[in-house]
Design a binder for this molecule. Structure first.
Ligand code: GTQ
Length: 354
């Protein structure tokens, strides 16, 4: 055996061209599996400003197109490090949607799963999922499971805004992308508002019902309940050095994530608290509901400080170290691909900057 490298560059090039013509490539000329996520991840940490950018631009869209014509009047959040199609991070889609009083975002269903996180509005807009309307209030977390009919409407005053989070890039990777319009604008309602919460949201469940779907039977998780839990825990539980106090939205029938592909959280970072540097393989999107502060994110020449305030949306990619500081009591919503990575055996976290 010899390790000598033959001087045959021209011959190799001819060989590479020959195998290329047969739909083959030599693995030794590529780096398919680089040593660290940073050698591969293209998305960058980024913030979208709600008050100064998203809100005025969506209001402008309101003068250009109806929700019905647009189907969904959404500005997709495009990570500056990623090309088309729009993605906020490698595995996640996010958009900011606006609906005006009296409008109809027509009924449809699709294989990607969606979440709504309510940003601003008067409490008279609703989303209907599988025949049940949920009236939306700022801070509420709502799920639209895969392939469930859904339409959105607004019976109140003023513009209404929410963030959409979808697993579109994950579905796109595997391929099973399906979409259908409902034959009418509105899908029929079979159950009154609040029904799913009454059945499964009181730490009880109907004795004569079984639930075997991969998502939570609860469609809407109201903000006041989640906020109250965090307020209680700040006084009665030790604060986590990396999170402050963070709760995840669960499927009460399993204790696992409310959605099969996306994890969602509400977190309290008390005034003056500084979280320690944290690193995780999950891709995370944050939206502060209350409070302001800053995000220290990245390392070396890519280190950045991002100031955040209520209703902004910011994204932290896989394995980029970050920490949070709050100048006021801060309640932050976040969603990530944690549960999907866990199911695939990929998820890791690093508490500390190692
Ligand atoms: O409301 O159904 O932002 O299907 C992107 C795709 C929202 C929705 C988006 C969608 C929706």
């Amino acid at each position: 055996m010899t390790d000598a490298k033959p001087d045959n560059a021209a011959e190799r090039e001819r060989y590479y061209a020959k195998v290329g013509a047969k739909d083959l490539s030599p693995l030794w000329t590529t780096t398919l599996v680089p040593p660290l996520p940073k050698n591969h991840v293209k998305s960058v940490p980024h913030l979208w400003d709600f008050d100064n950018v998203l809100r005025p631009l969506l209001l402008e869209a309101g003068g250009l197109i109806t929700a019905k014509e647009a189907n969904r009047r959404v500005l997709s959040l495009e990570n500056p490090g990623l090309g088309k199609p729009p993605r906020i991070l490698e595995s996640l889609y996010a958009g900011l949607q606006m609906i005006l009083p009296g409008e109809c975002a027509p009924a449809h269903r699709h294989s990607p799963s969606a979440l709504r996180f309510i940003i601003e509005g008067d409490g008279h807009a609703w989303t209907a999922v599988s025949g049940e309307k949920s009236y939306m209030k700022p801070g509420d977390f709502i799920i639209t499971p895969s392939n469930t009919w859904h339409d959105h409407g607004h019976d109140g005053e003023g513009p209404f805004f929410w963030m959409d989070g979808l697993d579109i890039p994950m579905v796109a990777t595997f391929g099973p992308m399906f979409f259908e319009h409902y034959p009418e604008d509105r899908a029929p309602q079979h159950r009154p508002p609040g029904d799913s919460l009454a059945r499964y949201g009181a730490n009880m469940r109907p004795v004569n019902e079984t639930w075997s779907k991969p998502e939570s039977p609860i469609f809407s998780y109201p903000y006041d309940r989640s906020r109250e839990a965090l307020e209680h825990l700040r006084k009665n539980r030790e604060w986590d050095p990396y999170d402050g106090i963070r709760l995840s939205y669960i499927d009460p029938t399993t204790g696992g994530s409310a959605m099969p592909t996306i994890s969602a959280f509400l977190q309290l970072v008390p005034k003056g608290f500084k979280t320690e540097t944290y690193r995780t393989t999950e891709n995370t999107v944050f939206s502060p509901v209350e409070g302001r502060g800053r995000l220290y994110v990245g390392e070396g020449e890519n280190a950045k400080i991002i100031e955040w305030k209520p209703r902004d949306i910011f994204a932290v990619p896989c394995w980029v170290p970050y920490r949070l500081e709050a100048d006021e009591d801060a309640f932050l919503f976040s969603f990530s691909d944690r549960v999907a990575q866990q199911k695939l055996g990929l998820w890791r976290e690093n508490r500390g900057n190692a």
